[in-house]
Design a protein around this ligand. Structure first.
Ligand code: ADP
Length: 566
């Protein structure tokens, strides 16, 4: 389809031209009409007078033909003399004999009735448009004077030509003015259009130039105001969005919002971590139990919580699902990683079992020894002595287990105190205590200690070092040496306890830090071990943000290394 749009200046020029031409045409027509009328009136009047004059001369005239042709020549008109019966007597321009009876001519019939007859019509005789004037006479012939209209028409045409000759330049001048005005008007409108386009394209500070045209100026101010308001609103919305997305991104729970069409519109970082990828649609969410819970929430409208295993390695995730919008059922899913919680719960359950089991053996030992004592009572003092010592051994084991259990429970229930701990002092004090202890059977404990301060809990750290030392002492052969080192390495404080004991088989290395785990149960029990020492060490280092590792070689010895962040 052809584009019928025009520029403003062109449009205005077109309208102006049409109005101008119509006005000029109407004006010329009116002027021509009234000029023609007044010229006709003038001619009619002068011709009437001339006809009266000719009629007065007719009385004395000898030859009406002569009178007609002379007066016709003088007047510059056609003079016709007609008898009262309509017969043409004389004519200044035609042969009367060839002319028909004129009685029926309107001007003649008017004159016969005593009126001055005037008429304009086409002359058959002359073949031109003529004005006819016939003046009445009482009884004599009628004198008629006629003149061609051509004169009037050419004068009217001259007037019209003059009008047009004057009006056309004025019209062009006006047209130019209108075109200029259109251009001037179009410029601010074009500018405003640019401004509006910039606003539409997202530029909310488009810089509106003030216009000298009131209406356009108001329009500009309104557009500028709207853009400003829009800008502020967008900034507010952006801020809200940023706050919301930051909040969502920092939530420890995963959040997923499923739309009515199964697309996923919101999925925060935690949810991506838990699910393992950024799902775009409900169908991408695995396991299928997640999809089912969304469908159920959408259809039943009730909130539910399920627990699923997601990802690899599998994590136990508690999934709360609820519908948040009744009109278009959108479903919100909140995912919480409960793996650690469930593991701790399982560990607790196992721990209670393990601890009871550990306690059972020494208790059974005590009971058995006491029973044996009862039987031997008063009979065999030597055996009594032996049973009593067995009972004591079992009771000590019991005490050791209970002591370690209490340590563990204290660790778990109390808040860690965080102070500056002189690590070297803690270690030296534990080494000194071990040196003086009765178990250090001819052992040598060598220390290489750097003064180091770590943030932590001195009692807990002392407990950890004590356990490492106890093990080193317990598992070292008589007369061996134990090396205890404290040094700085990178950003860590490193505590090493190195012994030349039997070592730990490689396959057990990964498990020695587990509760109640023993490489050789019988040997550990013999040495009064509880199986809890290393788990206490790991617990303490964990609580200090550090690590503990073991390197060991069978028959050569073991090195336990604690790293604590400085
Ligand atoms: P326990 O009370 O039995 O020593 P721990 O938790 O302290 O319990 O140690 C777990 C197991 O690790 C021990 O039973 C022992 O087999 C092994 N172990 C620990 N320390 C040493 C060591 N220094 N040398 C050899 N084996 C060790």
């Amino acid at each position: 389809m052809a584009d019928s749009r025009r520029r403003l200046a062109g449009q205005l020029a077109l309208v102006y031209s049409i109005v101008f031409l119509v006005t000029l045409g109407s004006f010329s027509w009116l002027v021509a009409r009234s000029a023609s009328q007044s010229l006709t009136d003038q001619i009619v009047e002068s011709m009437g007078e001339a006809a009266s004059l000719v009629r007065s001369q007719l009385v004395d005239a000898r030859d009406p033909h002569e009178l007609a042709s002379i007066s016709g020549a003088q007047l510059g008109a056609r003079v016709t003399i007609i008898d009262r019966d309509g017969t043409v007597v004389a004519d200044s321009q035609a042969d009367p004999a060839s002319m028909e009876n004129h009685a029926d001519r309107p001007e003649i019939s008017d004159a016969l009735q005593g009126l001055t007859g005037a008429e304009a019509r086409f002359s058959e005789t002359l073949g031109v448009e003529q004005i006819y004037i016939a003046v009445p006479s009482d009884d004599g012939p009628i004198v008629r004077i006629s003149k061609s209209r051509g004169q009037i028409d050419s004068r009217v045409a001259a007037i019209v030509r003059t009008i047009w000759a004057l009006a056309i330049p004025v019209g062009f001048l006006g047209l130019f003015g209108v075109w200029l005005a259109g251009r001037r008007l179009a410029r601010p409108i074009t500018e405003l259009t640019d401004v509006a386009s910039r606003v539409a394209a997202g530029d909310l500070e488009p810089g509106v130039r003030r216009s000298r045209i009131l209406e356009l100026d108001r329009l500009g101010v309104a557009i500028g105001g709207t853009a400003g308001r829009l800008g502020r609103q967008i900034v507010e919305v952006e801020e809200q969005r940023t706050t919301l997305s930051t909040t969502l991104a920092n939530l420890p729970q995963g959040v997923v919002l499923v739309e009515a069409d199964d697309s996923i519109s919101v999925v925060n970082t935690r949810a991506v971590d838990l699910v393992g990828y950024r799902a775009a649609r409900l169908a991408n969410l695995v396991p299928a139990a997640l999809q089912r819970s969304v469908t159920n929430a959408r259809e039943a409208g009730t909130a539910s919580t399920i627990e699923v295993e997601i990802g690899r390695p599998p994590r136990t995730v508690s999934v709360f699902t609820t519908r948040i919008d009744d009109m278009t059922p959108r479903v919100l899913m909140v995912l919480v990683d409960v793996t650690d919680q469930r593991r701790v719960e399982a560990m607790r359950r196992n721990f209670v079992g393990d601890a009871s089991h550990e306690l059972k053996t020494p208790i059974a030992g005590v009971i058995a020894s006491l029973e044996a004592m009862r039987l031997a009572l008063g009979q065999d003092d030597q055996r009594m002595e032996q049973f009593a010592s067995q009972a004591e051994h079992s009771a000590r084991r019991l005490a050791a287990i209970v002591e370690d259990l209490l340590d563990l429970s204290r660790l778990e229930s109390s808040d860690r105190k965080t102070n500056d701990v002189q690590l070297h002092e803690v270690i030296e004090s534990e080494v000194n205590a071990a040196r003086s202890g009765e178990t250090a059977h001819g052992l040598q404990i060598i220390t290489s200690v750097e003064p180091i301060v770590v943030r932590g809990d001195a009692t807990e750290l002392a407990m950890a070092v004590r356990n490492l030392l106890d093990n080193a002492i317990n598992y070292s052969p008589d007369g061996a040496s134990i090396l205890v080192t404290v040094r700085k390495e990178d950003d860590d404080a490193v505590v090493e306890v190195c012994d030349t004991g039997p070592g730990i088989p490689t396959r057990h290395l990964g498990r020695v830090f587990e509760r109640f785990y023993r490489v050789d149960s019988a040997r550990s029990r013999r040495r009064g071990g509880t199986g809890l020492g290393l788990s206490l060490v790991r617990h303490v280092t964990d609580r200090h943000g550090g690590t503990v590792e073991v390197e060991s070689q069978l028959g050569v010895g073991s090195t336990f290394t604690m790293r604590l962040p400085l």
